[in-house]
Design a protein around this ligand. Structure first.
Ligand code: GUN
Length: 280
């Protein structure tokens, strides 16, 4: 029987710590706002954006919502970011991804001042993370590190296998696990012998974006399994990339979906916002 890693509970603890920290900063006159920009009305993005605004309200940070129409041009979006870069009270800028196809995401990410890059996506933030210099860490991988640490999972010297190599999760996850002294293997859609490699993992982090793909045959007995996927199954129920019922009896610890990694992403975003207010 695996220990169920409760991301809801751990993220709540973090948000309570951050709420206190934000209150202390406010007493010293340090405040700030998070600007959240959404272009178009992708329903999943709308849910994430609403959750981010609610988290700001809980912590006691102002949030400024920019809900822009689908037809917004790249130029208009870049102009808004430029204005927000110049506003002293705005301490964080978040552009919800994905953007409509006519807007270049890379250009938009680069337009955000690294000082306000609370998503940690700017190449300067990525570079700083890679060489271990101060900067904002990307929220999902940093949230997973917190989940592991706060669940007393030892990372140093462990073999961590990551499935997925995206800029948002897989690649930064590998860097952060290396920083924690894990031995890291990154796998992806072209990897051969995926099952055999996964079965060597002490910590298996699954961010492949395929609903309920990872079954018992991928999991070593006693492994810690972290599921980053979030999908709707045929009954419209939320599910991850991992077949939970198959992996759970083998694992020593496992994250559920929902209530695992998801809430941690928002807690780390709040962490980055408070860090930005503190460092002003
Ligand atoms: N879309 C999916 N995940 C994220 C995230 O962490 N930040 C932003 N801005 N967009 C996303």
């Amino acid at each position: 029987m695996a220990k169920i890693i409760d991301g809801k509970k751990i993220s709540q603890q973090m948000k309570d710590e951050l709420k206190e920290k934000a209150e202390r900063l406010k007493e010293k006159g340090k405040t700030g706002a998070l600007a959240v920009i959404q272009v178009g009305q992708d329903p999943a993005s709308s849910v994430y954006v609403r959750n981010k605004k609610n988290a700001c309200a809980y912590i006691g940070i102002e949030s400024l919502a920019y809900e822009l129409p689908e037809e917004t041009t790249e130029e208009e979006l870049l102009k808004l970011i430029d204005e927000l870069n110049g506003k002293e009270q705005v301490k964080g800028i978040l552009v919800q991804l994905p953007l409509p196809k006519h807007i270049c995401e890379d250009k938009v990410i680069r337009a955000i001042s690294p000082k306000k890059d609370v998503d940690g996506f700017h190449p300067q933030s990525v570079g700083a993370m890679t060489i271990g210099e101060p900067g904002f860490l990307p929220c999902t991988p940093a949230g997973i590190i917190q989940l592991l640490k706060r669940s007393d999972v030892e990372i140093g010297g462990k073999h961590c296998v990551i499935i997925g190599r995206s800029n948002i999760v897989g690649k930064p996850m590998a860097i952060l696990m290396l920083r924690e002294n894990a031995t890291v293997t990154v796998t992806h859609s072209k990897t051969k012998n995926l099952k055999e490699i996964c079965r060597q993992a002490d910590i298996l982090i699954v961010a492949m974006g395929k609903p309920q793909f990872i079954g018992a045959e991928y999991v070593k007995e006693g492994a810690v399994v972290i599921d980053v996927g979030i999908h709707r199954d045929e009954n419209n129920k939320l599910c991850g990339d991992v077949k939970f019922a198959e992996a759970e009896p083998l694992a020593s610890a496992i994250t559920p979906v929902p209530g695992g990694v998801g809430p941690m992403t928002i807690a780390m975003l709040m962490n980055n916002c408070v860090q930005s207010i503190e460092e002003e």
